[in-house]
Design a protein around this ligand. Structure first.
Ligand SMILES: Nc1ncnc2c1ncn2[C@@H]1O[C@H](COP(=O)(O)OP(=O)(O)OP(=O)(O)O)[C@@H](O)[C@H]1O
Length: 594
């Protein structure tokens, strides 16, 4: 197909306001190409890219499949320079920028020039299709842009500009409009992923959900379109995950413990690690030589290849895995004792391309895996969470000490723990442990759910951040046990029932969200206010006010106010407040009403 034909179709799609019509036009475009023949071989044996594959990508403004981290690596100013050179001797990059300021969009700017006056200065004359020697074809644009992407090393910046100039120089103004947009990832003709999915299904008469599944495992619209055309539904169903090709990450909604336990008979509870999402792909290699070449790739949540930046994850894979696997997890930055650091520290490491060894000395990262998408030849996307977790344990356990793989104290093993329970108290305790260990809190997951790449469904819930906080008077506490015997903990919280703050009623106890260091400070702060003691129980004179978060307020006979805070969490001491400034029972009533 000539590139001019593609750009005509793109313009028609862009001008079309109705979604259904757009999908239909994309279908027609895919069919048009399909009729034009399938993949063929060039004389030298290289596979010539299938035109249909290219169109399925171009129409979304993509040159490479979503799983592929390759970029053109050419900035806007280089693109302006290429346009300027192709537009003639009187045009400079500054003119292009001026027009951009005026017209606001690079396609419009590119289309406003006449090209082709610069023959002989790097212009291409070869045509893969051979029809019209001078007409640019879709394949040729794709191949040339791939050559441009591959240019690296000394002088590559200039070479890229030369290559792009060569393309613009062969463009008519309308072709230049879409070429510029393609190069700068600004296609924006209103074609989303769902549109292309539906168009593939309609063009090749295959069920949409089979196309969807094939897209989930491959992240490659081009390939899925080709397989749908050549092998139909069977071909799509035979597409599997490939170790080395990233899958979109399953995402979480916010939710409460109450919701989770209402919807599922039991909840799978995991710690929520505060780091950055990683997907680990490990292939142990052929295993035929003494030292098989294993291959490890690490991808970010956006499927970007971050392997080089995270050598710790590669080392982890090489030490701990011996079978092909795709694992989903989080990298966490840790201090010298192995305690987690805020996630901003991970970001310092994540996209680092230079001086990785130095960066590693400053901030160490550790991976923790919570899911397994592929293990030893078996794709697990359709398996329930609990089975996937079992496979994860099998893969990461060191054979003979399987038990320690589920030891909560040893999360350095890189395996996230999973508890299955329907008991809110147990969930609260897991949350408390997670916070105490310095993590973000908990994730709640449906134990029976499958893995849905790219979906923010109801099956994964991150515990809702507390929307409101309450300022409560601390009226009691308990002495801790073991290493915490000298600390006060489990603080009794009360609210005001009058303006003076002299009359108080209890509303709950908070033990969650407090580090040992803070407990020591709180003990120092509260000890002078101890009014009475009995066993471990301590009564405190109402002096100190805590700010606490909570999940919800329930009516409950447990506390004297008649209300109970569900999942209260310590946020801080309100040194600026006394009992008279604490929250009142009226506010509790109002908040519960909402
Ligand atoms: N046990 C776990 N299970 C799933 N995700 C976890 C777990 N521990 C930590 N996470 C991280 O939590 C993220 C989901 O939480 P959150 O939504 O807060 O992340 P975000 O990236 O800030 O925002 P969002 O995903 O909503 O765009 C996951 O993408 C993952 O990186």
């Amino acid at each position: 197909m000539e590139f001019a034909t593609f750009t005509e179709r793109a313009a028609a799609i862009e001008a079309e306001p109705a979604d259904l019509e757009i999908a239909d036009r994309v279908r027609a475009l895919l069919e048009e190409s399909a009729a034009g023949g399938s993949s063929d071989e060039r004389g030298n044996g290289d596979r010539v890219a299938d035109e249909l594959e290219i169109l399925a990508r171009f129409v979304q403004g993509r040159i490479f499949p979503a799983w592929d981290s390759t970029t053109l690596d050419i900035g806007p100013s280089s693109c302006y320079e290429a346009i300027a050179r192709a537009a003639g001797t009187n045009v400079g990059p500054a003119d292009v920028e001026d027009r951009l300021a005026e017209l606001g969009e690079i396609g419009e700017v590119a289309a406003s020039y006449e090209y082709g006056g610069q023959q002989g200065l790097g212009a291409f004359t070869e045509s893969a299709d051979g029809a019209d020697e001078d007409a640019l074809t879709v394949r040729e644009v794709d191949r040339t842009l791939r050559d441009l992407a591959a240019a690296d090393g000394d002088g590559s910046a200039d070479r890229k500009i030369d290559i792009l100039f060569g393309l613009f120089n062969r463009c008519a103004s309308e072709e230049a409009r879409y070429l510029a947009r393609l190069v700068l990832s600004e296609m924006r003709i209103g074609v989303g992923e769902g549109t292309v999915r539906d168009a593939i299904a309609a063009a090749f008469d295959v069920p949409t959900e089979r196309v969807e599944r094939a897209l989930q495992v491959s992240n490659d619209y081009g390939r899925v379109a080709r397989v749908a055309r050549d092998d139909g539904r069977e071909g799509l169903d035979a597409m599997d995950l490939e170790v080395g090709r990233p899958v979109q990450a399953m995402l979480a909604q916010t939710g409460t413990v109450t919701d989770a336990l209402e919807e599922w008979s039991e909840a799978a509870v995991e710690w929520k690690y505060d780091g950055a999402r990683v997907q680990l792909h490990y292939d142990p290699g052929a295993g035929e030589t003494d030292e098989p070449a294993s291959e490890t790739r690490v991808f970010s949540r956006n499927m970007e290849d971050v392997t080089e930046a995270l050598p710790e994850v590669v080392e982890f894979a090489e030490e701990r895995l011996d079978r092909p696997a795709i694992l989903d997890g989080e990298v966490v930055a840790v201090d010298e004792e192995g305690s987690p650091l805020p996630f901003q520290e991970v970001l310092k490491r994540f996209r680092r391309k230079h001086d990785v060894a130095k960066a590693r000395e400053d901030v160490t990262v550790k991976p923790v895996f919570f899911d397994c998408l592929h293990a030893d030849g078996a794709d697990l996307l359709e398996s329930p969470l609990t089975d996937r977790h079992d496979r994860l344990v099998e893969l990461l356990a060191d054979g003979d000490d399987t038990d320690s793989a589920v030891d909560a104290s040893d999360e350095i093993r890189g395996l996230s723990l999973l508890w299955q329970t329907d008991d809110p108290e147990e969930i609260e305790a897991i949350d408390a442990d997670a916070l105490e260990a310095g993590h973000e809190g908990i994730m709640l997951k449906d134990p029976d759910s499958t893995y849905s790449p790219g979906r923010r469904g109801k099956h994964w819930r991150k515990r809702k951040p507390d929307v409101e906080t309450l300022d409560c008077v601390v009226t009691g506490a308990e002495w801790g046990e073991g290493r915490r015997a000298t600390f006060l903990g489990t603080f009794e919280l009360s609210v005001r029932t009058d303006d003076s703050g002299e009359s108080l009623e209890t509303v709950g106890k908070v033990a969650t969200g407090i580090t040992d260091e803070t407990l020591a400070d709180l003990s120092d702060l509260l000890e002078p206010h101890i009014a009475a003691e009995e066993g471990q129980e301590v009564e405190l004179a109402p002096e100190v006010v805590f700010e606490v978060g909570y999940e919800e307020i329930q009516s409950s006979p447990t506390y004297s106010s008649g209300y109970a805070l569900r999942f209260p969490r310590f946020q801080g001491v309100r040194h600026d407040k006394g009992p008279a400034d604490a929250d009142s029972i009226e506010r509790l009533e109002r908040l519960q009403g909402h």
